[in-house]
Design a protein around this ligand. Structure first.
Ligand code: CO
Length: 195
């Protein structure tokens, strides 16, 4: 089954993923597929939860440009620290298409992670790159950018979120989308394999 981007309120988006214990050929293939999906949807980042995988892994390219693959990165088991400054900036999410709002994030941040070859990544980044790392790491903890909006803005997006909710639940009822129980069962199996 090819990977595809799941939309709010798919339960895997609320899953807190455990660290990966091993990287195998299939995981590499999935990471590559995630990079392709990210470009296909014109995104700059995509977390494993967003393709219904319970792994602490995300892919990014802050340029969003497939012709600049030197900016692509696969981050495994990322840990953020040393956040500095606070800045509001407009965000969107491939799992909640059409909704955009300003989110307050650290202006700069340190990240420690591993790449697909097991090499350690240690970086301090700022601006859009820092925002991206915070947004994607939140995904791995089951947090969406809409959770972080001030109450008044949350009210503004509530109607749109409810439409996503109605759409997803009706797909489950028609059998077009798997039930919450089936999703949970698959997630548990995938976790057993690599975490
Ligand atoms: Co997102």
């Amino acid at each position: 089954m090819p990977l595809s981007v799941v939309h709010y309120p798919h339960p895997t988006l609320r899953h807190t993923s455990r660290p990966l214990k091993r990287v195998d050929a299939e995981l590499r293939r999935m990471a590559q597929e995630m990079i392709e999906l990210m470009y296909e949807h014109e995104g700059i980042g995509l977390a494993a939860n967003q393709v219904d995988l319970p792994y602490r892994m995300f892919v990014i390219n802050p340029t969003g440009d497939p012709d600049q693959p030197e900016h692509e990165q696969v981050l495994i088991n990322p840990v953020l620290s040393g956040g500095k400054g606070r800045e509001a900036g407009r965000e969107g999410c491939l799992s909640i298409p059409g909704i955009h709002a300003a989110v307050v994030r650290h202006q700069s941040i340190k990240v420690q992670a591993y790449d697909l070859d097991g090499n350690e990544i240690n970086q301090e980044v700022d601006e859009l790159h820092a925002r991206l790392l915070q947004h994607e790491t939140d995904h791995l903890d089951g947090v969406l950018f809409t959770d972080k909006l001030p109450p008044a803005v949350k009210d503004d997006v509530a109607g749109a979120l409810q439409e996503f909710e109605i759409d997803f639940r009706s797909k489950q009822q028609s059998g077009e989308a798997p039930s919450d129980a089936a999703i949970a069962e698959r997630i548990a199996e995938l976790e057993k394999l690599r975490t």
